[in-house]
Design a protein around this ligand. Sequence first.
Ligand code: ZN
Length: 215
Amino acid sequence: MQTLLDIIFPPRCVFCGEVSDGSRVCVVCRGELPWCGGVEIKNGVLVAAPLYYEGRARSGVLRYKKANVFQNDRALAELMAVCVRNHYLGKFRPDVITYVGQNAVQRYRHGFNQSRNLAVNLGGLLKLPVKPLLTKTLSLSKQSRSNAAERRKNAAGAYAARRNAAVKGKCVILVDDVITTGSTVGACAETLKAAGAEAVIVAGLAITRKQEERT
Ligand SMILES: [Zn+2]
């Protein structure tokens, strides 16, 4: 149903920004997005994401990360929810959803946390509670310039479980927007397991392909 708001602000595709037919993913993007059909193990953690981080998905995610548009959170979380239902539910019984933590500097700089926004919407769609279980203890500001081995070393010990994080015996879905080497989600999963979580599975929006890790 078209609302007045849709007429004044017609829905635009999350990925390319073009006015779309009412869906948040336009017909062209639906056909051309690099869909990822399976689950991958990254840095020892099970990761499911609807897209590969390349082409239209990459430019769309970068656009999404720049602009805090709440309708986009929902649209992208819907893609993630389909992925979680297909790959995890049935094999796992998740108890809670959490997201990769930010430190105070990042929170101040960005003003919002995409992984948190995606997690909140994913929780709504899957009817699971969403809780902040992790904090970031170190700044990894130079991360993008370091190689995979350095990233892993930096990431280990960079996260801590929150003092009130009740994860003992729980199956946790960890949300991160983009997963490249898996060093961040690996470190977060280790932290949650050390705090007593029984299983940690990752739901991402986009992941890099395996062969790209080696370059
Ligand atoms: Zn599009």
